[in-house]
Design a protein around this ligand. Structure first.
Ligand code: FAD
Length: 275
């Protein structure tokens, strides 16, 4: 039975990067993703970078999802940008609060992703399929796991159709989260976000920032490989393939790959899984 998959990219910054990424996308399209998504406002990228890549994906005949974060924005700005996406034929959004650089307060007319989701439904009806972010290991700024779960429920009740999780390497955290969501009477699909392990330092840096836990045994094994990148990749491939295989056999609704704009690691995982 085939499992729906999707791929996440971030906007490229140079013409050379864009040309390289066009090739990466073609390699990944061969796996027939349900959609490909492009991050918004992360890592110093611009809105035009996001919309440009979203337009390219649509032109290439693949369904594109634009990430969309609302932190610091006004209703007028959000409406205008969503109108632009609608006029481009984009039907899917990953609706987020986003993060302001440290030192900025939470200005703007939206405080949480749930405010954005409610606004999108109010203004655009059912035009967009809305994905919300989910945190099986708890969002780093949440007051408590319970409060975070309730915040997730508010996003779903505001109109999210489905969710994509922060990446994790502990399947139990995911299943407990899904059980808790079901116990609140919510039946939205919760698709696990999968982060291939490509580089040890990059993974540690991201995980510290987003609150994803790297289990001790993985961290220690990665440290022991030092700068032997071939061994890191082989070990990472093994760990992540097993995680995906386990999740699939337990009945996940799909897999969303954080590709880091590279095709090799994601393709290798897909190959091993027969996807
Ligand atoms: P929210 O759901 O609003 O939650 C933020 C925090 O507020 C949580 O701690 C929550 O518990 C709390 N909270 C929510 N509602 C309430 C309430 N009513 N009262 C009190 N507390 C509340 N970032 C980017 O900048 N660009 C991207 O493209 C991007 N893509 C992402 C894709 C995925 C799949 C994921 C999982 C994350 C992504 N992020 C991205 C990161 C995301 O923006 C950050 O994690 C951000 O800090 C939270 O965004 P959110 O939409 O989950 O926020």
């Amino acid at each position: 039975m085939s499992l729906p998959i999707s791929f996440e990219f971030f906007p490229t910054k140079t013409p050379e990067g864009a040309a390289r990424h066009a090739k990466v996308r073609q390699e990944l399209y061969a796996r027939r993703p349900e959609f490909c998504s492009v991050t918004y406002g992360a890592g110093g990228s611009t809105q035009s970078g996001t919309f440009g890549m979203v337009a390219d994906i649509q032109k290439e005949g693949v369904s594109a999802a634009s990430h969309f974060s609302c932190v610091g924005a006004t209703r007028g700005k959000v409406r205008a940008e969503l109108d632009e996406l609608k006029s481009m034929g984009v039907k899917r959004l990953v609706a987020l609060r986003g993060d302001l650089p440290s030192g900025y307060g939470l200005g703007g007319e939206f405080h949480y992703a749930s405010d954005l989701i409610a606004f999108i439904r109010e203004e655009f009806g059912d035009w967009f399929h809305i994905e919300a972010a989910a945190y099986p290991e708890v969002h780093p700024q949440a007051k408590s796991p319970e409060a975070d779960l309730k915040a997730f429920a508010v996003k779903v009740r505001a109109g999210a159709d489905s969710a994509i999780t922060q990446y994790f390497y502990n399947a139990d955290a995911y299943w407990r989260f899904v059980e808790a969501v079901r116990a609140m009477g919510l039946d939205v699909p919760v698709v696990p976000g999968i982060m291939p392990i490509i580089s040890s330092t990059q993974l540690m840096r991201f995980s510290d920032a987003c609150g994803a836990e790297i289990p001790r045994w993985i961290r220690l094994r990665l440290q022991a490989f030092g700068d032997d990148s071939a061994s890191i990749r082989e070990f990472g491939l093994d760990v992540v393939t097993r995680l995906c295989d386990q999740l699939r056999s337990q009945g996940v609704p799909g897999l969303h790959f954080y590709t880091m704009n590279q095709s090799v690691a994601t393709l290798q995982i897909c190959d091993r899984l027969g996807l």
